[in-house]
Design a protein around this ligand. Structure first.
Ligand code: 5GP
Length: 225
């Protein structure tokens, strides 16, 4: 009766550093096998827990700028002194195959995606408190104190941008947060603007017959009373 759009959806997830989006995304990917996590390209130095080609594709500043000129990116930004960008090619490919694409990007990138793909789903993962945010930033132990301070200030500014998103999920309990994001994606699939066509799945004559039969049944029932 209803033909829904076959294309995948673009899901944008942002959160300040320390918001815990990494764990939420991992849990979501475990639960939902039809989501492709976009691998960004970055010029930032690799961290000990990074896996090239998996967490990011690492390039030099010069290589990144060359890719900008070649039109390689759907969006890109300079975040705390490093380039980050979403490659266009894989996104187009997955969407057309009906696979949902998840972009884990910061707010400026999200706002650029909103201009390009307004129907994308924008989800903001919020840390439960600023105290918890500082704790998580310090626990990482990968950045210098200056870098942690810079990340905290950026994070604080980012939290004020939450109203630009469609959904906010507070990450105070990981399992709950994963379930909420999964539920949002499932609900979005039921939106009426994902209906391409409403059509008759039964021949008109058959429907008439069914209607007439039912009418007769009802008369019979009425007579019996
Ligand atoms: P990190 O250095 O901690 O891995 O990432 C820093 C920030 O860059 C995070 O907020 C992350 O979401 C964002 N980011 C990662 N990849 C991209 C991208 O391709 N585009 C944009 N705009 N932001 C990104």
């Amino acid at each position: 009766m209803i033909k829904q759009k076959k294309t995948g959806q673009v899901i944008v997830i942002s959160s300040p550093s320390g918001g815990g989006k990494g764990s939420v995304i991992n849990g979501l990917l475990e639960k939902n096998k039809n989501i492709y996590l976009s691998v960004s390209t970055t010029s930032r130095p690799m961290r000990s827990n990074d896996i090239p080609g998996v967490t990011y594709n690492f390039v030099t500043v010069e290589e990144f700028e060359q890719k900008i000129n070649e039109g390689y990116f759907l969006e890109y930004t300079n975040y705390i002194g490093n380039y980050y960008g979403t490659p266009k090619g894989p996104i187009k490919e997955k969407i057309s195959q009906g696979i949902d694409v998840l972009l884990e990007i910061e707010i400026e990138g999200a706002s650029n995606i909103k201009k390009l793909i307004p129907e994308a789903i924008f989800i903001f993962i919020m840390p439960p408190s600023l105290k918890e945010l500082v704790k998580r930033l310090k626990k990482r132990n990968t950045d210098s104190n200056d870098k942690i301070m810079e990340r905290f200030h950026t994070a604080y500014k980012e939290i004020n941008e939450v109203s630009k998103y469609n959904y906010v999920v507070i990450n105070d309990n990981l399992e709950d947060a994963i379930n909420k994001v999964d539920a949002i994606i499932k609900a979005e699939k039921c939106r009426v603007d994902r209906i391409e066509e409403v059509y008759l799945d039964t021949k008109e004559e058959e429907i008439h017959e069914l209607l007439i039969d039912e009418e007769l049944d009802n008369i019979g029932l009425a007579d019996k009373i």
